[in-house]
Structures are given as structure tokens and as C-alpha cells.
Design a protein around this ligand. Structure first.
Ligand SMILES: [Zn+2]
Length: 189
């Protein structure tokens, strides 16, 4: 990951919330953020393609994809795999939005059913950045420190922020928040 990228991601998590009229510790309004980027979040039900095409997208590789960016009639859309648990969707959406906001260029674009462009395959560096930025935007380090400092568990925070516990635990580990609080003697559980 580029030098300074992690700090940049934390700054972005604050400025994005400011733009949306949200506080630094608020759960991100994911759909409004997508709107700002001019991206539509699509469910399979809303996708105006034939049932056969939907089936083709879904069965292509149902386990391996959580979300994908598509271009349909000149519109940017993010499609979420409905087979995956709903608490994973925000991170899936934010991962795709991170690729878009960072201007990542896909190494592969496929033409899917009904002429939909499927934007897929990014470099590993781009994937790492998108993972990191998505996590930072959904669970800013400062917010984690704040709520952990108040004694909330990873599960509490995940629920309040509408994300999976796994993502919250990953962020707590990767940001070093728990280690920092433990050193300061402020972590009780
Ligand atoms: Zn990706």
C-alpha cells in the first residue's frame, strides 16, 4: 500500500461524513455516499434484465463474487450478491465504491448478459487499497477508539454501524485500537 494511504483514508472518512452532514462517529450513509459518486446500488430485483440473464450472472460464480461494478446504459451501478448475508453488503458496496472513488482501472471488463459491462479484476494493490478504504470509511479509527473506550464490544459496534462483526474485529486489529486502549488501561472487555 502507498505510503500515507492509511492516514489519507482516515481523513477521507471524516471529510466524507462532513459532506453528508454527518458527525465523525456516525455510521456512514452508504447509499447517499454512492449517490454523491453518481453510482446506483442495484439489487437483482431492480436490475432490468431478463430472468435468464440474472441467472447467468448469479450462477457464473456465486461463491467467488460479493459485489461487482457494472455499466448499464452509461450508468455506474454496484450489484450485490443477494446470496450473501445482508450484514456483508455495506462492505461489499463500499469496496466497489472505493475502486471508483480512487479511480482504479480494471484489468478486465467483460460484456455480460444484455450488453452489461462487468468491471472486474483489479491489481492486488488496488484490491488492498479498496479493502482498506472501505473498512476505514465504514469504521473510522477515531470512532472505533471512541466506542471501544466506552466499553462497547466489537459486536455492539458492528450492529450499530450495520456491518459484520468480522469486519469490525478486522478493523480493531488492523488499526491497533485495542492495543492502544489496553496500554492506556482503558479497555475493560
Ligand atoms: Zn475489488
Amino acid at each position: 500500500m502507498r505510503h500515507g494511504f492509511k492516514a489519507q483514508a482516515e481523513r477521507l472518512s471524516i471529510s466524507v461524513r462532513e459532506d453528508l452532514g454527518q458527525g465523525p462517529h456516525d455510521p456512514l450513509a452508504v447509499e447517499r455516499y454512492a449517490e454523491r459518486l453518481g453510482v446506483v446500488i442495484l439489487t437483482f430485483a431492480e436490475l432490468e434484465i431478463s430472468a435468464a440473464s440474472k441467472k447467468q450472472l448469479l450462477v457464473a460464480d456465486p461463491e467467488s463474487w460479493s459485489g461487482m461494478t457494472i455499466k448499464i446504459n452509461g450508468l455506474n451501478g454496484v450489484l450485490v450478491n443477494p446470496e450473501h448475508a445482508p450484514e456483508r453488503w455495506p462492505n461489499t458496496i463500499m469496496h466497489e465504491l472505493a475502486h471508483i472513488s480512487l479511480g482504479h482501472v480494471a484489468t478486465r471488463v467483460d460484456v455480460g448478459p444484455d450488453g452489461i459491462l462487468l468491471v472486474s479484476d483489479f491489481s492486488q494493490d488496488d484490491e488492498d487499497e479498496a479493502d482498506w478504504l472501505a473498512g476505514a470509511l465504514l469504521l473510522p479509527r477515531d470512532a472505533l477508539r471512541h466506542f471501544r473506550g466506552l466499553g462497547q464490544s466489537a459486536e455492539d459496534i458492528a450492529r450499530d454501524f450495520g456491518v459484520s462483526r468480522q469486519l469490525c474485529e478486522w478493523r480493531l486489529r488492523m488499526t491497533g485500537v485495542d492495543i492502544q486502549l489496553r496500554r492506556g488501561g482503558r479497555l475493560t472487555r
